[in-house]
Design a binder for this molecule. Structure first.
Ligand code: PLP
Length: 449
């Protein structure tokens, strides 16, 4: 198909010309613009839409609003900061809140991950961690370690490093050859052995041995790092099998390979501890976060690194830059203020461990959908859950999306990825919200039967 000249009339113009200019991300634009879903305000567990309807937030916005919406400490912190210091250059300069935030964060991270590098998103955190891993080996005189290993069905954001190590075909296939020297472990999803597992599935730890096969194929001296999400969220809520992450850690240690956990979704209380690393009892060498870091209020991400990695970089003359990487908006004052307000809110309300308190109720409610029309599997841990539906023949993702639309009509926001319905509610959720969330989905499934 050739490109029409700019002067040609648009074939895709929406009914409302005010909606034409915005090219929406990860959205079916033409369909959306015919009947938009517009959110105009939010408070606590609810959004309000442009028609004044209250919509229960079953997904914490987009896996990020962990403390619920419109939290006073966060709002006030951002407002105060905007009036005080709008911007401070982050290169060769800083502002006090950047240091304060890093200190506060490394009190929460697993022991040893005590350096924080700031970015503006999960995607940027991933790129940063991959570059840290490559540069780390190079500084240590092991520059042959350039190979990066991701996993099938991994999601690590949308920049070139992230889609290269990621394992979602739709996110990769249009964009050429991507990074060279990347391999993928098999994913851990095994419905034949682990269907309807509550919490961590029993079977599949041995899939970590794929890394040994890659060492046998390429030699450890060529491998820089392995990156995985402790729970793969965006590809259908895939919980790691018991022992899997431990085994990955052991193999990495044996061969000098860095282990990176992408905790953009699992960070900040989602699994019942501050980080998935703590819930699963495995400490990575580098850990990426974003989303819940500022409760979604201002874009921000971070990479946590082990002391030994940081120390490796801190060589050479003191006046020289040690790591040639950073963003104009790294440690932006508004983001730092939002993050500090977020950490205060999490601490005051015990939110970073609340998922552990709510998970039994949540799990039982979620698993009560077993037997509902089209449901073929249910997965959960902490306050994250996935309900997988049988796809419509020849039309993958369509059935789940129709459930999403029905729930929206009923005033409940869920998210779908492929034919899996994902739940990831704000950590302030109460039992009656869980009941409504699950009952609404049950009703939608019955209507779709
Ligand atoms: N990594 C993981 C595990 C994610 O789930 C996401 C987003 O959902 C990202 C990275 C990308 O984050 P962002 O959209 O902030 O770039």
């Amino acid at each position: 198909q050739t490109i029409a000249p700019d002067s040609a009339p648009s074939t895709t113009a929406s009914a409302d010309p005010k909606r034409d200019a915005y090219w929406m991300p990860f959205t079916a634009n033409r369909q959306f613009k015919k009947s938009p879903r517009l959110l105009t305000s939010a408070d606590g567990m609810y959004f309000t839409d442009d028609k004044g309807r209250q919509v229960l937030d079953g997904i914490a916005g987009l896996w990020c609003v962990n403390a619920g919406h419109n939290r006073p400490r966060i709002v006030e912190a951002i407002q105060k900061q905007a009036a005080e210091l709008d911007f401070a250059p982050p290169f060769q300069m800083a502002h006090p809140k950047a240091f304060e935030l890093a200190e506060r964060l490394v009190e929460l991270t697993p022991a040893g991950l005590n350096k924080a590098f700031f970015t503006n998103s999960g995607s940027e955190s991933v790129e940063t961690a991959l570059k840290m891993a490559l540069a780390y080996h190079r500084v240590r005189g092991e520059g042959s370690r350039t190979r990066l290993i991701g996993r099938e069905r991994g999601y690590h954001g949308v920049n070139f490093g992230g889609i290269s190590v990621g394992g979602m075909v739709a996110n990769r296939k249009m964009f050429g050859t991507l990074l060279s020297g990347v391999d993928h472990l098999r994913h851990t999803h095994d419905p034949a052995r682990n269907a309807y597992a509550m919490g961590q599935p029993l079977h599949g730890a041995e899939l970590a041995d794929d890394l040994e096969r890659m060492v046998a194929l390429h030699d450890a001296s060529t491998i820089a790092a392995v990156i995985v999400e402790p729970i793969a969220g965006s590809t259908g809520v895939l919980i790691p099998p018991q022992g899997y992450l431990q085994r990955l850690r052991e193999i990495c240690d044996k061969h000098g390979i860095l282990l990176i956990f992408d905790e953009v979704i699992t960070g900040f209380g989602r699994t019942g501890q501050p980080f998935g690393a703590q819930t699963f009892g495995v400490t990575p060498d580098l850990m990426t976060v974003a989303k819940g870091l500022t409760n979604g209020a201002v874009p921000m991400g971070a990479v946590f690194a082990k002391q030994s990695i940081y120390d490796t970089f801190m060589q050479g003359p003191e006046h020289l830059i040690e790591f040639f990487h950073g963003y104009t908006y790294s440690a932006h004052p508004l983001a730092c203020a939002a993050a500090l307000g977020t950490l205060d809110t999490y601490a005051e309300e015990g939110l970073l461990t609340r998922a552990a308190e709510m998970q039994t109720y949540f799990a039982e409610a979620l698993h009560s959908l077993k037997g509902a029309p089209h449901v073929i599997d249910i997965r959960n841990l902490g306050l994250v859950g996935g309900v997988e539906l049988a796809p419509l023949p020849g039309e993958p993702a369509k059935r789940a999306f129709s459930i999403f639309l029905d729930c929206w009509e009923q005033g409940v926001l869920i998210r779908t990825t492929g034919d899996t319905i994902a739940f990831s509610p704000p950590l302030i959720i109460e039992k009656h919200h869980i009941d409504r969330l699950i009952d609404t989905v049950r009703g939608a499934l019955q209507r779709a039967a």
